[in-house]
Design a protein. Structure first.
Length: 348
């Protein structure tokens, strides 16, 4: 077999497509492999550059191929699309990946460790259960309202509805009690599972020095800090804090032409879950800053902005500032100082 310099690997559930070129760019390999054949093939192949899309199971295969001595680069799927010629199929996808991975301006996704992926699994499971809890709460409130029973808004007030099911009320229809008890049982169990995941996330946060440093930033607690530390294993991939904020989608969307800048709402690109956590944390921090209890440079800036802009707009702007500070804390291995400009003291 001719020497292979670069391989584009299109991963899937069972059949993997390979597209390899030599140093001059000539195609020397086009092949499909079953999942079980992939480790054996790459273990006998001389070290080369392997490109893959950063999709499901990509980090696992990246770690596997790196163990065989290969250089693996993960590419966001959206960045591979422009290199796809004509119609989409596995062979064309592999060729597009092979072309994209060699571009000098291409941006790559850092390979995550099993521990980092496990921490993100905790966040994913918690987010899923919170969505299911919200659906159950809405169902319970809606069904009780049909019978004229209404409580105040808020998840904690749903306990009053659950307690009502345990009361002996002859006017409450028996079929309705049977139906709603099933929903109430599921809700109680989900809340117990969420609490269990919260404890696991807190333990992961305390065992990670990067996460503990991030928790010192206003608006960032254990949940946001652990998610940040696991999602950004290599902050040096970003040229600066502004680029990191843009990666999270916390900058205005641009539609500029002819030298005239047109800016709109935030782009909402990048990691949706992480952006949501930062915005929620910024809301909590802004309530404290608005009351005047917090006396820092960031709080003074937020209060001056509140005098001119709506609360939610300022919260998103604060989330942008928090993200930029978080990048500095991660990239420079420093601790947050709430004094003048935010980051100053080296980590102990």
């Amino acid at each position: 077999m001719p020497e292979i310099a670069t391989i584009g690997l299109d991963i899937a559930k069972n059949v993997f497509q390979l597209h390899g070129v030599d140093r001059s760019g000539k195609i020397v390999l086009r092949r499909a492999l079953r999942r079980s054949q992939v480790p054996g093939f790459f273990s006998t192949l001389p070290p080369c550059l392997v490109g893959m899309e950063a999709c499901a199971t990509a980090h696992h295969w990246a770690r596997t191929l790196m163990a065989f001595g290969h250089e693996v680069r993960l590419i966001p799927p959206a960045y591979v699309k422009p290199y796809l010629r004509r119609q989409k199929n596995d062979a064309a996808d592999a060729a597009a990946i092979c072309e994209a991975v060699t571009r000098p301006s291409m941006r790559f996704v850092p390979v995550k460790s099993p521990q980092q992926q496990s921490t993100l699994m905790l966040h994913g499971a918690r987010d899923l259960l919170i969505g299911q809890r919200t659906a159950l709460i809405n169902a319970l409130r809606g069904h009780f309202a049909e019978l004229g029973i209404v409580v105040a808004q808020g998840a904690r007030n749903t306990r009053q509805l659950i307690a009502f099911l345990h009361e002996a009320n002859p006017d409450f229809p028996a079929p309705a009690r049977t139906a709603l008890q099933s929903l109430a049982t599921m809700l109680v169990e989900i809340e117990a599972q969420i609490a269990k995941l919260d404890k696991a996330i807190l333990a992961a946060h305390r065992s990670d020095p990067v996460s503990t440093r991030l928790a010192g930033i206003p608006g960032i607690g254990p949940i946001v800090a652990s998610c940040l530390a696991a999602s950004v294993p290599d902050p040096s991939l970003f040229q600066g804090s502004r680029e990191f904020a843009a990666y999270l989608g916390l900058v205005p969307r641009q539609h500029s032409t002819g030298g005239k800048a047109r800016l709109g709402s935030i782009s909402k690109m990048g990691n949706r879950h992480l952006r949501k956590l930062l915005v929620v944390g910024a809301h909590a921090a802004l309530y404290s800053m608005k009351s005047g209890k917090t006396r820092t440079a960031m709080a003074d800036w937020a209060r001056s902005l509140l005098a001119k802009k709506p609360f939610k707009v300022v919260a998103v702007a604060l989330a942008n500032k928090i993200a930029r500070i978080a990048w500095a804390v991660m990239a420079r291995s420093t601790a947050y100082e709430p004094g003048t400009n935010g980051v100053a003291a080296p980590a102990a």
